[in-house]
Design a protein around this ligand. Sequence first.
Ligand code: BMP
Length: 261
Amino acid sequence: SWKALHFSERKKLSQNEIAQRLYQVMLDKESNLAVAADLTSCAAVLALAEAIGRDICLLKIHVDIIEDFTLEFIMDLKKIAGRHNFLIMEDRKFSDIGFTVSNQLGGGLYRIGDWADFVTFHGLPGSGIVEGLKTGMKNCSRSVACILVADMSSKGALTGPEYVSSAVKIAEEHRDDVVGFVTQTDLSSCDASFLRMTPGVNISAAGDGLGQQYNSPEEVVGRCADIIIVGRGVTGAADPAAAAAMYKTRAFAAYRRRVDK
Ligand code: BMP
């Protein structure tokens, strides 16, 4: 199964340069930790990125929650990412028809396609959404790797097994551009070239009162995650850098146990 393969083997199976870069960062830094920097000012995101950058492979942001967004902020964030060697994922969860997502990725105020290494999207609209994202990339200076939200961590999510199996087919049909999943389940029908990222990870809470459901790093890495995504477990900690270091160590140890089995 894909779960037993080392990240270096997975990197060889991947045909996408951005995914390969992420695998290499994970190997070089011995980190399969992504942090969700869900903070609402540019300064706060930059300060967090600087504080935890050493320990993460990926920083996930929601650009539309930042109150004072500017493209200079993105340039500053990219500098920090370069210095600390991590990639950036905009968790936009594109979910509209191809025409609309092409404009949302390739234009607008945020110009996501000009700076994000990865973007997330839902399979709900059908495979035209990937064609739309590819069309949007034509207006951008570079390509972006796409991550399909297969199923969700929240209570009562409508992403049941039938939806998930139809959605992952979209990924399999667009391997050049879709390189992985946000998932809670192991998607065993999909091969080892795809990255699996799992949010809903926190060791000090079971939920957040708004439907989020948490598990430990060990639980999700054993079940389905190559990369754990931790938000408030790090951003809400008294010492975010220490929390990131702890999640990093635990998640990578769990990965090592998984591949050594
Ligand atoms: P937290 O660890 O603070 O609950 O944050 C989780 C992050 O992962 C949020 O940014 C959220 O948007 C994202 N996320 C999630 O929680 N569940 C999903 O199924 C998909 C997500 O992208």
